[in-house]
Design a protein around this ligand. Sequence first.
Ligand code: PEP
Length: 234
Amino acid sequence: MKKAFIVANWKMNPVTFKEAENLFVSVNKGIKKDKGIEVIICPPFVYLNFLKKNQKGEKGKIRLGAQNCSSQEKGALTGEISPVMLKKIGCEYVILGHFERRKYFSETDEGINKKIKLVLKNGLKPILCINEILQIKKDLKGISKKEIGKILVAYEPAWAIGTGKACDYTQAKKFNLLIKKVLGKKHPTLYGGSINAQNALGYIQKSEFSGLLIGGISLKPKEFIKTVELFYNK
Ligand code: PEP
C-alpha cells in the first residue's frame, strides 16, 4: 500500500487547552512513526503553537495544519490569521474551502483561489476540500501544474459530513476518477465524510483515494488511533 495521508480536522474542538493537550498527547503516544502514513492534525489556531512545542522528542510523527487562513499576508484585517504566521510557527498544511466555511462563512471559489495562491507562496501545502467537481477549476484557476501538484484535494460530499452516512465506495470512486481526470491519475486525493475505523480502509483499497480527511472520530483518540493503525506498512 502507498503512503496514506490521514488528516484530522478538530474543527472548533476541544474548548480547553487541557483537553487539546490530552487529545494530542494520546494520539502522539498511540501512533508510531511509519512509512505507511502521514498524520496531519488540524486543531483550532490557538492550539497550534502550543501543540507544536508539545511534540517534544517526537518531531515528525504528527504534522500540523490550520483549518483556514487569510487571503492577505498582513494588514488591517481584524480577526484574520496570515499564512506567514502559520509558516513561522511550524504549520505545514492549511485546509481551505471546507464545506462548513463555504456554507456558514460564505466563502467563494474566488476567495478560496486567492488563499490557495498565498498559502503556496508561503511554502505551506493546501488541503483543498470540494463537494462539487466544478469547484476544482475555479479554485485552482491560474495556478501552475507544478504548484497544483503540492495540493491535496479532498472530496467531501456535503451530506456525508458529520451525519454518520458515509459515501459508498463505488460512488466515492466515481468522484475520485473525475478529480483525477482533471488533475492527472497520480494526483493525491482524499475522501472525507463520516469515516470510522470500520469503513476507512475501503476508501483507499476500493475507491483508490490516497488518504482520508477525518472530523468526528479525530476527537476520539482510541478510534482515531485504530484507524491510523490500519495503514501501517507492515
Ligand atoms: C469533515 O468535517 O471534514 C468531516 C469529514 O467530518 P466527519 O468525519 O465528522 O464527517
